[in-house]
Ligand binder design. Structure first.
Ligand code: C5P
Length: 263
């Protein structure tokens, strides 16, 4: 493994702060101080504690993935992304299904915010939520034969979910976005088709593939990096551990020992 990558890999591990109060956030930031560099704030924490949660993570000198999955008309998303960027988010995500104009507006908002903050802000697309299966897509988009790709969705062909993921990822790239959130399995294909510069952020990470909680398509940290992930997102494996610091070290050890990918 190349030494530049080794030096930086800890900055590519994003810890999900799935809490509803600032005390729990402060507690985990304190326990992982000096060892963790990137945190994810999702809609549950943000709607409970608001911008204080972002400020708290920034006070610890760490970077922020603001996972609010915007999906609205282009002008509203432009303003939301610009505000999120000005607040200090380093990564912001939106739904690719909001369309090309919405995604372009999101990127424009991030560029505007970056002019103020002086740092790069990545805008990342969510393609198909991993909680949705083929039959859910059929229920959402198929209506009396007039739905999107209705014949294929009716057929129950599992391959269509990954085709749709790839299609939405392509739209995100065309719109000027920086990458997508996806499973490690999808990351391999997305990198192959859309190139290595198009980033993949991979959740669903577990050290042992036996323990799965509600995640369906899981990978070990090193396997996710070997599938080309630029970042991995880990929540309960760390935040639910008796010793979050030890859990994080175990994750780092797996990456150091088994990740082969050179970045
Ligand atoms: O606890 P766990 O490691 O499963 O947490 C994963 C985090 O990544 C959660 O915050 C979850 O909302 C998020 N996420 C995910 N799958 C996606 C997108 C986001 O698990 N497809």
């Amino acid at each position: 493994m190349n030494s530049l990558y080794m030096k930086n890999f800890k900055e590519r591990v994003i810890i999900a702060l799935d809490y509803d109060n600032l005390d729990s956030v402060r507690n985990i930031l304190e326990r992982l101080k000096g060892e963790a560099y990137f945190y994810k704030i999702g809609s549950a924490l943000f709607t409970s504690c608001g911008i204080q949660s972002v400020k708290l993570v920034r006070d610890y000198g760490c970077r922020i993935f603001l996972d609010l999955k915007f999906h609205d008309i282009p002008n509203t998303v432009y303003n939301a992304v610009k505000s999120a960027g000005e607040l200090g988010a380093d990564i912001i995500n939106i739904h690719a299904s909001g369309g090309v104009d919405m995604m372009k507006s999101a990127k424009k908002g991030a560029i505007e915010a970056a002019k103020k903050t002086g740092k790069n802000i990545d805008v990342i697309a969510v393609t198909i939520l991993t909680s949705l299966a083929q039959e859910d897509l059929r229920d959402i988009f198929y209506y009396s034969g007039h739905g999107v790709n209705s014949e294929n969705l009716k057929s129950g062909n599992e391959g269509n979910v990954s085709n749709l993921v790839l299609h939405l990822a392509e739209l995100a790239k065309i719109s000027g976005l920086d990458g997508v959130v996806c499973s490690g399995y999808e990351s391999i294909e997305i990198k192959k088709v859309l190139g290595d510069n198009f980033k993949t952020i991979v959740p669903g990470i577990r050290l042992k593939t036996g323990k799965i909680d509600d995640q369906k398509r899981i990978m070990t940290p090193s396997a996710a990096f070997n599938s080309g992930a630029d970042y991995i997102v880990i929540g309960r494996e760390i935040t639910g551990a008796d010793s979050p610091a030890d859990a994080l070290q175990n994750i780092y050890s797996d990456i150091e020992k088994n990740a082969l990918t050179l970045k």
